[in-house]
Design a protein around this ligand. Structure first.
Ligand code: SF4
Length: 454
């Protein structure tokens, strides 16, 4: 296949990221390196001299979007920049990507990130594929370009030791490797000195942090140490595995001011039979007790979850149990997906026996139920005074959006709340997915002390 002519020098870059917060964080490192090389960010993927796709293969949908994006490049006209693919799909299917898409000039795994300048140089001359074993210590030390000067993501661990039947993460990211506690705290200290006030600690299963280290430090201790760094006002974390979420983490959340009242606790199913087939290591009763304990120990906590419908063997009765669990726990929000088989996982060997039409029906039914619960949760916030970290522009002109300590989205008037600020606001109304607020006080603006508004 003929490919369009390619630009031979790079001045601008654009990154399109698919998948989880860990991928978003990896993209920050990719962006940091691009800036170090003197490239400038552009918001236009079409005009970028270097277009990077940071990919995700956890769900079929995310992978399909990558294939769609790459296929559409084939139809683009005119001179094109260098197209690079990194992340999970690059690591698992790098050679196939180069074979199928002549437009792609560079495929690299995250372990090759430190070599990105040389890889780009080489791929301007010939197509390059560099994937292999993951070595995160070096990646964590690379420069990062963050979207917001007030908040930063900090990994506490990489990979996962669990073996959930549907999940491809252990295959593409390897087993769990915890970062030394001193590295995490040092990184947070440096971020705080640079003006960061909110830290999001990341790991596939943060609660099993430290099990592989000689120095025995629990995740609750890490939370306490990070929350104690001068200047840090908000600490969030994800993802928690229900089986490993200890009481001491909840107690720390209730006692330690900067630890936010937010818990993302994926349940995946409300059926004991399906949970067992998924190899999740807990049953629905245990999950309900854990969620109730979280609400009891951490007043006002917001709990969100992930749910998969249509796992192999899930029948109507199993699905009803998921609905029942959702009614009982009353999640503040949920991310709901149809099961899609991922090659190499234990569930790949099971018959994907729930028809797509039935999966869609179950997903719609579950979404309707959760939608009502989410609206109730948001309406309960009416009149409340909340602290909001402003993260970006809203959908309508003049609006900005941010998140509360409980991770609920709040839409604010941009003339009252500058981008990259920390404000307090009164909730004036609730929508289907977000709150609307009126700013009361600007606490911090671009890392500086703000002014009170009347
Ligand atoms: S805990 Fe399970 S679902 Fe989460 S990353 Fe590990 S294997 Fe995947």
């Amino acid at each position: 296949m003929m490919s369009a002519s390619r630009r031979t020098s790079i001045r601008s870059y654009h990154i399109r990221t698919f998948g989880c917060q860990m991928n978003v964080h990896d993209s920050e490192h990719v962006a940091g390196l691009c800036e170090q090389m003197g490239y400038e960010w552009t918001g236009s993927a079409d005009e970028a001299d270097l277009l990077i796709f940071n990919t995700c293969c956890v769900r079929q949908g995310a992978e399909d979007r990558l294939w769609g994006n790459l296929a559409s490049l084939a139809h683009a006209e005119g001179a094109r920049g260098l197209v690079a693919v990194c992340g999970c799909v690059a690591e698992s299917r790098g050679v196939e990507i180069l074979a199928r898409f002549p437009e792609v000039g560079l495929v690299f795994g995250m372990e090759a990130l430190g070599r990105l300048p040389q890889l780009i140089e080489r791929s301007l001359v010939a197509r390059v594929c560099d994937t292999g074993e993951v070595e995160e210590a070096e990646i964590d030390a690379l420069p990062a370009r963050r979207e917001n000067t007030l908040r930063a993501r900090v990994p506490v661990s990489h990979g996962c030791d669990n073996n959930c039947a549907y999940c491809v993460v252990p295959l593409v990211r390897g087993g769990e490797r915890s970062r030394p506690a001193s590295d995490i705290v040092e990184e947070v200290g440096a971020l705080a000195r640079a003006g960061v006030v909110e830290i999001e600690l990341l790991g596939q299963n943060v609660n099993s942090y430290g099990g592989d280290l000689d120095e025995k430090v629990s995740f609750a201790e890490i939370l306490g140490r990070v929350a104690g760094v001068p200047g840090i006002r908000r600490v969030k974390f994800e993802t928690s595995h229900p089986r490993d979420l200890g009481r001491e983490v909840l107690v720390a959340m209730s006692e330690c001011g900067p630890l936010c009242e937010y818990l993302h606790l994926p349940v995946q199913s409300g059926s004991d039979r399906v949970l067992k087939a998924m190899n999740r290591g807990y049953d629905a009763g245990y999950y309900k007790e854990t969620a109730a304990l979280a609400r009891q120990i951490v007043p006002g906590i917001k709990i969100t979850t992930d749910i998969i419908v249509g796992f192999p063997g899930e029948d109507r009765e199993d699905f009803e149990r998921t609905l029942d669990l959702v009614r009982t726990v009353e999640f503040d929000a949920a991310y709901m997906f149809m099961y899609s088989p991922r090659e190499g996982t234990p569930a790949w060997l099971l018959e994907d026996d729930v028809p797509v039409a039935e999966k869609k029906r179950r997903l719609a039914e579950l979404s309707r139920l959760q939608g009502k619960i989410t609206v109730n949760s948001l309406e309960k916030m009416s009149g409340a005074r909340v602290e909001v970290l402003v993260e970006g522009l809203g959908r309508d002109p003049g609006q900005v959006v941010g998140r509360t300590r409980g991770n609920q989205v709040v839409v604010l008037d941009g003339s009252e709340a500058p981008l990259e600020s920390l404000v307090t606001a009164r909730v004036v109304s609730a929508g289907r997915h977000s709150l609307k607020g009126r700013v009361y006080e600007v606490l911090l603006e671009g890392g500086r002390q703000g002014t009170r508004r009347e």
